[in-house]
Design a protein around this ligand. Structure first.
Ligand code: NDP
Length: 328
């Protein structure tokens, strides 16, 4: 089968993905063989395919952290041939071959049943980005934050996580402000539910002082680094930021002032190793609460052959919303 594969590089070379024939015997042992119908391109896939960061930790590796498909063979009682399933993370595309191939062999406990009424391409359009967006929303809710507390800021707004987060929070009744470096996407962001556009530059330079004026009741940050440090200074008393990303960088040049003087909370969100119960809750809520029309409007569909160029584009911040990859 034709697959996108990262083979072990020669000494001094970068590990980049290339198309080649992959034998089923090259897939690892595992209880479930899935016929992959769709995958996606997330920021992390961009890193794995281009080799821009050491995401791939075993060779040969099939990148693709999101998988949607149908079970072809199973030795587990948990799933049976013909089941429509999805999987996100769990090290797929990093330490375990992922979804940029017609078949994948995975653990049964990684698989979530495709929610009733959701098409495979919709599940792929949501993918890790959308499921992470829902985890961020759930983190804010667990902290007791509700739309009546004030406005919420979403950074990296025109990206995958940002786009789904805006659609979800606006559907839940929040006043959503979208922070973007692409002012030309104003109309797009407003169509998803954003009420206000905040230029990326407002926070990209970092924290001007330990505390700023109290503006946001909450935030979902996909950018990290100085942006997160800057926006923390403008979170209202008792508010919280769900932090899931590092598009600007992994560092956090912040002070403790927002935490110890305003009781602000920084809520870390991880999708890769999130427990199954949380995933099932997130996917059930996505099935009910994400507007499918908005999901379609934020989605572009490509073939597997276009993944390498799309990987470059997502790292350059040129991809809008979500990308679905048709595999089989
Ligand atoms: P995208 O590339 O689709 O979105 C990232 C967005 O961030 C861009 O569209 C852009 O938005 C903004 N951005 C890009 N570069 C910069 C920069 N240098 N400074 C400030 N803003 C920038 O990626 P995803 O939505 O797939 O992922 C977003 C982030 O979340 C990534 O860092 C990813 O690794 C992380 N992530 C983490 C997960 C977890 O489990 N914790 C799961 C999924 C993603 P705009 O043009 O609107 O400014």
């Amino acid at each position: 089968m034709q697959a996108l594969v990262v083979d072990k590089p020669e000494a001094g070379q970068t590990a980049r993905a290339a198309f080649r024939d992959l034998a089923e015997s090259e897939l690892p042992d595992g209880e479930v063989l899935v016929r992959v119908s769709h995958s996606t391109v997330n920021y992390k896939d961009g890193l794995a395919v281009t080799g821009r960061a050491p995401v791939v930790r075993r060779f040969p590796m099939v990148p693709g952290i999101d998988l949607v498909g149908v079970v072809e063979a199973s030795s587990s009682p948990a799933v049976k041939p013909g089941d429509a399933v999805l999987a996100n993370g769990w090290g797929m595309g990093e330490t375990h071959p992922g979804a940029y191939a017609p078949k994948a062999r995975v653990k049964p406990e990684w698989l979530v049943p495709l929610p009733a009424g959701m098409a495979p391409e919709e599940a792929a359009a949501i993918g890790t980005a959308g499921y992470t967006a829902m985890l961020c929303v759930m983190a804010l809710e667990r902290h007791g934050l509700t739309p009546d507390r004030g406005p919420v800021l979403v950074t990296g707004a025109a990206g995958g996580v940002g786009s789904v987060t805006i659609a979800l929070l606006s559907a839940l009744g929040w006043y959503v402000a979208a922070s973007t470096g692409r002012p030309e996407e104003q109309g797009y962001l407003e169509s998803l539910g954003a009420k206000e556009i905040v230029p990326r530059d407002r926070y990209a330079g970092g924290a001007a002082r330990p505390l700023g004026k109290e503006v946001w009741a909450a935030a979902v940050d996909t950018v990290g680094s100085k942006t997160l440090a800057g926006l923390l200074t403008e979170i209202r008393y008792g508010g919280a930021v769900a932090a899931c990303g590092l598009a600007q960088g992994m560092d956090l040049p912040a002070s403790v002032a927002p935490f110890i003087l305003r009781g602000v909370a920084l809520l870390g969100v991880d999708s890769v190793m999130a427990p199954r119960a949380l995933r099932l809750e997130a996917w059930s809520r996505l099935a009910q609460q994400l507007d499918r029309g908005k999901l379609r409007a934020m989605t572009t569909t490509i073939g597997l052959r276009q993944v390498p160029e799309t990987a470059e584009a997502i790292l350059a911040g040129r991809v809008r919303g979500r990308v679905v990859v048709e595999i089989g």
